[in-house]
Design a protein around this ligand. Structure first.
Ligand SMILES: CC(C)(COP(=O)(O)OP(=O)(O)OC[C@H]1O[C@@H](n2cnc3c(N)ncnc32)[C@H](O)[C@@H]1OP(=O)(O)O)[C@@H](O)C(=O)NCCC(=O)NCCS
Length: 174
């Protein structure tokens, strides 16, 4: 094995995806404040964590939490509530890993489609979501106080096409 290969494997092995805990909230709210103009405070996160329909994941290395993401599953619809990656660690596929985690949770919980709202100007996020087959279906006017939201959906997430897509995305991370 080449030295570069060994280093690559070590870096990947150090990442861990797990459920968010209340003890993560100091770090999570710090990331939240860096990511959004109207950030949720710890109280809102505690309420979210206690809702049975919600699933929040964090991605961490052996030092710290590097990002988090949330999902609300109602019936057969899974709504992605948030995806945030530490500003210094963006474009390093952590958002992709979080979305893979959310997709697995959505399917596990019986969802057949995933949806979300995203700022019309947020191209990095839209690009991430498109990789998961999410397509724009409309706009919610002034969903954010200062901007419209694009609504994106992907259907049949329990089917073989989406399973294949997840496999391809997972393989691209290796
Ligand atoms: C959106 C966000 C979560 C993406 O996380 P990330 O870890 O940087 O994303 P990834 O590295 O997994 O990249 C996923 C895809 O988006 C693309 N992308 C990510 N950031 C990009 C950027 N700044 N410019 C262009 N493309 C970008 C990547 O190239 C990749 O596409 P590819 O797979 O076709 O190469 C991150 O930018 C973030 O935390 N933003 C602030 C919070 C936010 O806006 N969240 C979304 C709310 S709806």
């Amino acid at each position: 094995m080449t030295r570069a290969g060994m280093e690559g494997e070590t870096a990947v092995a150090a990442l861990n995806l797990r459920r968010m805990r209340e003890s993560d909230l100091d770090l999570v709210t710090e990331l939240e404040a860096q990511a959004y103009s109207q950030p949720w405070n710890a109280h809102v996160f505690v309420e979210e964590l206690n809702q049975p329909t919600r699933t929040y994941l964090v991605i961490e290395d052996d030092q710290t939490v590097l990002g988090y993401a949330g999902l609300m599953v109602v019936g057969t619809e899974a709504h992605v509530t948030t995806v945030v990656v530490h500003p210094d660690r963006r474009e390093d596929r952590l958002g992709t890993r979080l979305m893979l985690g959310l997709a697995a949770e959505a399917i596990e919980q019986g969802a057949k489609s995933m949806t979300l709202e995203v700022r019309v100007s947020n191209e990095p996020a839209q690009r991430l979501y498109r990789r998961f087959g999410m397509a724009p279906v409309g706009v919610r006017k002034k969903y954010y106080q200062d901007e419209d939201a694009m609504i994106m959906w992907v259907h049949d997430i329990e089917g073989t096409d989406f399973a294949q897509r997840r496999v391809e995305i997972e393989e691209s991370l290796r």
